[in-house]
Design a protein around this ligand. Sequence first.
Ligand code: NAD
Length: 270
Amino acid sequence: MSNLFSVKDKVVLITGGYGILGKSMVHHFAAEGAKVVVLGRNAEAGEALVADVKSKGNYALFVKCDVVNREMLDQAYDVIMKHFGRIDVLINGAGGNMPGATIPPDKTIFDLDVDALKSVVDLNLFGTILPTIVFSKAMAEQKEGVIINVSSESSIRPLSRVCGYGVAKSAVNNFTQYMAGELALKFGSGLRVNAIAPGFFLTEQNRTLLTNPDGSYTDRAKTIIAHTPFRRFGEPQELLGTLQWLASDASKFVTGTLTVIDGGFDAFSI
Ligand SMILES: NC(=O)c1ccc[n+]([C@@H]2O[C@H](COP(=O)([O-])OP(=O)(O)OC[C@H]3O[C@@H](n4cnc5c(N)ncnc54)[C@H](O)[C@@H]3O)[C@@H](O)[C@H]2O)c1
């Protein structure tokens, strides 16, 4: 039987590819034989990751790109199409909370920096919408392709303090469903759009919320773990099986879904 889960030779774009979760996705898909394109703003970090992937005998290419900059996205599209002539998978991984858009414990919604909130919405929502519009053009022409949006637990039930982040990720879920319908109806059932909702993973964008300067867990981190039946944070590699399933023919009839990967956080009350 052929390998239903194969992603070999697929052109897989990963935005935010040198972030903590992104990096693990890049190494995984490259090791699975995909042609991985790392998209990000920092050429030094991107090229270092590509060199690391190549040192393991696998393939990756870095293309400089800011996910909220349409002009850069269009340029990246041209570079990628010139290189590979097609795009099979887009993982919209760039995103995260921003410290300025977080309401500290001693403040309220009335103290919120609305401009910071707009920036976090811009990154998480428009940083998903714009790459989707730009890169799915190739998928529409090919009549096949897969988009996977990285949403969050905060899209399902609001988490305290991160108002803008939750609002944006919630809209990402709605956009995922919208695009699933839009692309399939107009370009056929070879186009699929799904999202994952990771629970809690210790990364750069949430480090100040979850850890103190000495590395110990904050009260918020302890509360999260107490509310998680697995009693721990996730490890980046625990997203990979779901991503491979969604990226491959193994999920051929799956579109418009949100898969929760959270050690039971969302299923649990007391
Ligand atoms: N860490 C968690 O617990 C968690 C939980 C749920 C969802 N997520 C989501 O996972 C994704 C990856 O985040 P992470 O936790 O690995 O954080 P991270 O900070 O390690 O990575 C985020 C990446 O996005 C990139 N990025 C930010 N703005 C960008 C822009 N304008 N253009 C291009 N790239 C940009 C950053 O440079 C970085 O590489 C994000 O969408 C985040 O919201 C994370």
